[in-house]
Design a protein around this ligand. Structure first.
Ligand SMILES: *[C@@H]1O[C@H](CO)[C@@H](O)[C@H](O)[C@H]1NC(C)=O
Ligand SMILES: *[C@@H]1O[C@H](CO)[C@@H](O)[C@H](O)[C@H]1NC(C)=O
Ligand SMILES: *[C@@H]1O[C@H](CO)[C@@H](O)[C@H](O)[C@H]1NC(C)=O
Length: 318
């Protein structure tokens, strides 16, 4: 009698444990939504808030050739400083004006907000609106940059979006853009043509089926660095309200480009965008556009080394 009850208890606990295990697996692979159907997609919502900080430029008077927009967190003031001293310094390259601005949201902490306002007054290179500055608000941050282009700088020719841990060779990028000579409907970067959503909940890039039900993403370029002709940047901002919101900013841009029917193109026959990083050598970095995972102190070293070989011939170069 007792053994029968024990057996029953044993089997029911096995059933319970395995059911729990299955649910756990489903939860970790599909996301939180176990019992409900995926929700309907939600479109991106533009706000009509005013800008809290604007860069010191009048684009109608001095239209830049290239505007580089950099995402960084509020705390990364060291990285912003290194960029200002290196590739982000305002300069004229091949007679073309190149400027770099930083995109920031707001801090919950008052002291940080005061520091950003001071930084903006000192350097005049910050674009800021009122949204909480977090990683998962990167789409909001990027769209703020495009809103600024749309409203304040449609006279520019090209716009690049990059991150604060990226080495950007603005010299080579300008040279390649001039060579390519594609001034409208142009979008380039490190092409990702058949990327699939990551459904593992612990991943930084996890996207639930509710957020994006499809099995593949439309073509997009790695968020570590992509470049559009300004008409495209402006149109992406314009169309964004008709596009379902995805928190991965580079994917969201891809969705907008698909809606606009804009094809992605290579900038050069050789690889020039390196989202996974690239071992440093001055001659190698002279002929690339981006390299990822560069720390502020490395950026200072790399940039001065590249500038030193700028007018020298590198082995194997044409
Ligand atoms: C924002 O939009 C609302 C509703 O459309 C409008 O009433 C308000 O004046 C707008 N604010 C600004 C700053 O444009
Ligand atoms: C993004 O910013 C908005 C506006 O400040 C805020 O309500 C929201 O919580 C933020 N999202 C995340 C994921 O931090
Ligand atoms: C913005 O989109 C509207 C339709 O949604 C279109 O009529 C208009 O021409 C677009 N403007 C630009 C600058 O692309």
């Amino acid at each position: 009698m007792a053994s029968k009850i024990l057996k029953k208890m044993f089997f029911s606990s096995v059933v319970l444990v395995s059911a729990g295990f299955c649910l756990f697996i489903k939860w970790t692979t599909d996301g939180m939504c176990i019992f409900c159907e995926p929700k309907r997609e939600v479109s991106f919502k533009r706000d009509n808030k005013t800008f809290l900080a604007l860069p010191n430029i009048d684009c109608s008077r001095t239209p830049p050739f290239l505007v580089v927009l950099v995402t960084s967190s509020l705390a990364q003031s060291k990285a912003r400083m290194a960029i200002r001293e290196t590739w982000g310094k305002e300069r004229v390259i091949a007679n073309k004006h190149v400027v770099t601005y930083f995109l920031l949201g707001t801090a919950l902490n008052h002291n940080n907000q005061v520091a950003v306002t001071a930084e903006s007054q000192k350097y005049g290179d910050i674009i800021q609106k009122d949204f909480i500055d977090t990683y998962y608000n990167l789409t909001l941050k990027t769209m703020m940059g495009l809103e600024w282009i749309h409203k304040f700088c449609p006279q520019s020719s090209f716009v690049m979006k990059t991150d604060s841990d990226v080495f950007v060779n603005t010299y080579y990028l300008t040279e390649l853009l001039l060579k390519k000579n594609r001034n409208t409907r142009f979008f380039t970067g490190f092409l990702k043509l058949k990327e699939r959503p990551i459904r593992k909940i612990y991943s930084k890039w996890y996207v639930s089926k509710a957020e994006y039900p499809g099995n593949t993403y439309p073509p997009f370029c790695s968020g570590t660095g992509y470049v559009f002709s300004t008409d495209v940047a402006s149109q992406v901002y314009n169309i964004s309200e008709n596009v379902p919101f995805v928190k991965l900013e580079d994917v969201f841009i891809g969705l907008c480009l698909a809606e606009l029917n804009i094809k992605l193109e290579e900038l050069h026959s050789k690889q020039t965008f390196f989202p996974e990083g690239l071992k440093f050598s001055p001659c190698r970095y002279k002929k690339i556009v981006t390299s990822h995972f560069v720390k502020p102190h490395e950026l200072l070293l790399y940039w001065s080394a590249v500038e030193r070989v700028m007018d020298e011939k590198c082995p194997g170069s044409r």
